[in-house]
Unconditional design. Structure first.
Length: 286
């Protein structure tokens, strides 16, 4: 049962206020290219993970984490090469943490979607219009989905229509299933139709999709664990050799072929890890 929240509306709805709304500003400049794509990915990660922090602050935290890990390892071991590797790993720690938060948040949102569609249908069945039903839905839905709905509800209060207020729900959450919900609201507002039946069918479809994703993950668990082992085994092996012989890396970097083979292995490991994580993210996408 969805617990009610305090009344949401605080100001009269006025179309003149809609011009005050501004778009989110991040690192993505819309110029295209690899750098702009990375900036856009980082902006989306900060937005979809639910971290209430500016992207620039989180980027500074990444730099601080890298300097701390690399500096601490250099103080303890006095090895510049391994300290650089540890600094790179420390640089990625906040990003990995944000990715974990994003995945958990999206999973919770997916679990909330069927109940949300049913609640919207119940509000619409009482004879309320789409805007009023959506405002009640936003007030009654708990976080994290409720937070995003309340952002759209505040836009409606400022004078925007339901379709425009909800158009970036998918971008803010990363859950593509919300496209069906926003499309149903937009089509109903523009052309009419049986919104109650659409929402009930949407709730059933979302539940079926959740069951399918659960069965898919259970069927591919061995493949996913094998992929993780492929990534972690080389790191464990190099750690074993370093623990067994502390001068192992010094001997390896004493020759040119040793340095070349090490950095080639590191580059291939990074490329392979990116490919594996990309495949895993696609198979578990909502």
């Amino acid at each position: 049962m969805i617990a009610p929240n305090p009344e949401l509306r605080t100001i009269p709805r006025d179309v003149a206020f809609s011009g005050l709304l501004k778009e989110e500003i991040g690192f993505n400049e819309g110029t295209g290219g690899t750098a702009d794509a990375v900036n856009g990915w980082f902006d989306s990660l900060m937005l979809q993970s639910g971290i209430q922090t500016a992207p620039s602050v989180w980027l500074a935290l990444c730099v601080l984490s890298g300097i701390s890990c690399g500096g601490l390892f250099f103080v303890l071991t006095d090895r510049l090469v391994m300290s650089s590797v540890m600094a790179a790993l420390g640089l990625l720690l906040p990003i990995v943490y944000a990715l974990v938060l994003k995945s958990r948040r999206q999973a919770r949102i997916m679990q909330q979607l069927p109940l949300m569609a049913e609640e919207m249908a119940r509000f619409a069945r009482t004879g309320r219009n789409v805007e009023h039903a959506f405002m009640m839905l936003a007030a009654d839905t708990p976080s994290p989905l409720g937070n995003e709905l309340r952002v759209s509800a505040r836009r409606i209060e400022m004078g925007m229509d339901v379709g425009s207020a909800c158009r970036d729900l998918v971008q803010r959450t990363g859950v593509t299933t919300l496209t069906m919900f926003t499309a149903a609201l937009s089509v109903n507002q523009e052309t009419g139709g049986d919104l109650i039946q659409v929402l009930e069918r949407l709730s059933t479809a979302i539940r079926d999709r959740l069951h399918f994703v659960a069965r898919q993950r259970a069927a591919t668990i061995s493949s996913r664990l094998g992929s993780v082992m492929m990534i972690t085994v080389p790191i464990i092996v190099i750690g074993f050799y370093v623990a067994r012989d502390p001068a192992y890396l010094d001997k390896l970097f004493a020759s040119g072929w040793g340095r070349s083979s090490f950095w080639t292995a590191v580059a291939l490991q990074l490329v392979g890890s990116l490919i594996v994580f990309r495949i895993l993210s696609r198979t578990s996408r909502f």
